[in-house]
Design a protein around this ligand. Structure first.
Ligand code: NOJ
Length: 545
């Protein structure tokens, strides 16, 4: 089965609540996105992934869907959505929907009917009796709460691997598969080009037996990348995506390379590519909440491993679940221009499809939250409670949240130095970063040597240079802070060099013979790589004999 993506795809993630408000209610919306389509076209991206825009009670900001075929009223109407697809298309931009099918909202009609006792819909969910007055099993939960919620005062519970308002669907029931096929066709008929599939490799639970006890996510061995999940992906691919030529990128938790290959190897006909997480762990101690200093070495080792071992992948450094990368590097914020542009250089030269997150192109930083009251994210609150329960002192708890909270990547887009950063005329749903007077798109648009200009340049190179789109990857050098790799195609060789630190590093000898500069985030080329310096060099190789 052929791949359904184009190699020149550059994807931009929109978190609709935080992108652009058009009606002053403090929440971003679809007309707001439409009003910024020219900005996105000028940036050069050709695909937009929308985090969920469906009707939802927003327990998890839309990742709890109450109706898969309608638009969240705060975001606009279905007519607005159709307008977005058509206006985006006119600008050569395709829309990707977020497909959240591990769970629904507890306010979805299916769940409501299930709770009312309708046997058809009870079988859409995972409902079990407790065992001897205890929970049905010993599993853990991604949001650090109990994964079983008792149904009224019965002895039955429903399973939810996330919030209690996100009941898991029962993928053993063929009717669930039929419903999802129908939902996907509904959006494909509207002209969307593909789906980003939320936590897709945990949807099919092999058994509900107790799991092997571990620090977090006990029971995961019973549902991580199971054969049942592979079968579902193959069916969706063959019966739904293929006839439309649509593509699928999976968000896949805890995948290693063999698991990733099984999910996105072209010959298997499942996903086109996936989001892996290993490189996101370059500054943690095994659990994302326990952070340490970012290790450039760990980061580059992980990147290199995945580049070598997987033919194609989805490359991201930020999204709505992750802190901003400029804030993750030690002294990254201090060197904001160099750090953000180095990341642009890295992301646009790696092999695979680049996925950027709104605000990355202007070097946005983590939120400047002062206390838990300013944090909205459900996970941050549940983790706070769990940490309290474990006796972790308040100061330490706050440090954990401040550094890792998902709200860091969700603060409203900083459009200008005007009030509320030009995001809304009302009260923003989440605190806008106080640095918006310096960090904003308007300022960047007026600066042809700024961060935005560099991202634009790198995006255009990425889309026009065959060696960047299609070339092979070879590691050229890996030191403590310097990561250099080649992209090679038909005799053309490009060398991407990144200084992943705020330290000056002498350019390694073996990289010094490359003389021709294609891109650089410093004005001149010296024998020293300055803080977060990026260079793209080229060398023509003589072909023939
Ligand atoms: C992954 C999404 O990216 C995240 O935001 C969400 O909370 C969980 N899946 C549950 O849907």
């Amino acid at each position: 089965m052929a791949a359904n993506y184009k190699k020149d795809m550059v994807v931009y993630q929109i978190y609709p609540r935080s992108f652009q408000d058009s009606n002053g209610d403090g929440i971003g919306d679809i007309p707001g996105i439409i009003s910024r389509l020219d900005y996105l076209r000028d940036l050069g991206v050709n695909t937009l992934w929308l985090s969920p825009v469906y009707k939802s009670p927003d327990a998890d900001n839309g990742y709890d869907i109450a109706d898969y075929k309608s638009i969240q009223p705060a975001f606009g109407t279905m007519a607005d959505f159709d307008e977005l697809v058509s206006q985006a298309k006119q600008r050569g931009i395709g829309i990707v929907m977020d497909l959240v099918i591990n769970h629904t909202s507890d306010e979805h009609e299916w769940f409501q009917k299930a709770m009312a006792g309708d046997p058809k819909y009870r079988d859409y969910y995972i409902i079990r009796k407790g065992k001897n007055g205890k929970l049905p099993n010993n599993w853990g939960n991604f949001f650090a709460v109990c994964p079983w919620t008792r149904i009224g005062d019965t002895d039955e519970y429903y399973l939810h691997l996330f919030d209690k308002k996100q009941p898991d669907l029962n993928w053993h029931n063929p009717a669930v598969l039929e419903e999802v096929k129908d939902i996907m066709r509904f959006w494909l008929d509207k002209g969307v080009v593909g789906f980003r599939c939320d936590v897709i490799n945990i949807i099919y639970k092999d058994t509900l037996a107790d799991g092997k006890k571990q620090l977090a996510l006990t029971g995961i061995e019973h549902y991580l990348s199971t054969q049942g999940c592979h079968e579902i992906l193959k069916t969706l691919r063959r019966e739904v995506l293929e006839p439309y030529g649509a593509f699928a990128v999976g968000e896949t938790v805890m995948v290693d390379i063999p698991k990733a290959r099984d999910l996105c190897d072209e010959s298997r006909g499942e996903l086109d590519m996936l989001f892996s997480f290993e490189h996101m762990g370059c500054d943690d101690l095994g659990l994302k909440w326990f952070k340490t200093r970012l290790s450039p070495k760990r980061l580059m080792h992980t990147l290199d491993k995945w580049q070598r071992e997987l033919h194609w992948n989805a490359w991201y450094f930020e999204n709505h679940d992750q802190p901003r990368f400029v804030s993750r590097f030690p002294d990254g914020e201090k060197h904001r221009y160099a750090c953000s542009t180095m990341m642009a250089g890295l992301q646009m030269t790696l092999r695979g499809t680049p996925y950027m997150h709104e605000g990355q192109e202007i070097g946005m930083t983590n939120g400047d939250f002062r206390n838990l009251d300013e944090i909205q994210d459900v996970e941050s609150h549940t983790v706070w409670e769990m940490a309290k329960h474990l006796g972790i002192p308040k100061g330490m708890r706050w440090k954990m949240i401040r550094r890792t909270s998902r709200d860091n990547g969700r603060t409203p887009m900083q459009w200008s130095a005007e009030e509320n950063a030009g995001f809304t005329t009302g009260k923003p749903w989440l605190k806008i970063n106080g640095n918006y007077r310096e960090v904003n798109a308007a300022r960047e648009m007026a600066d042809d040597k700024g961060i935005l200009a560099f991202w634009k340049y790198m995006i255009s190179l990425r889309k026009s240079e065959p060696a960047l789109m299609d070339g092979d990857y070879f590691l050229a050098y890996m030191g403590k802070n310097i990561y250099a790799f080649e992209r090679v195609l038909d005799g053309k060789r490009l060398l991407s060099i990144c200084n992943m630190s705020a330290k000056q590093v002498k350019l390694p000898k073996q990289l010094a013979q490359w003389k021709q500069v294609v891109a650089s985030n410093y004005e001149d080329i010296t024998p020293v790589m300055r803080p977060f310096e990026f260079r793209l060099m080229q060398e023509e190789v003589e072909c023939g004999d």
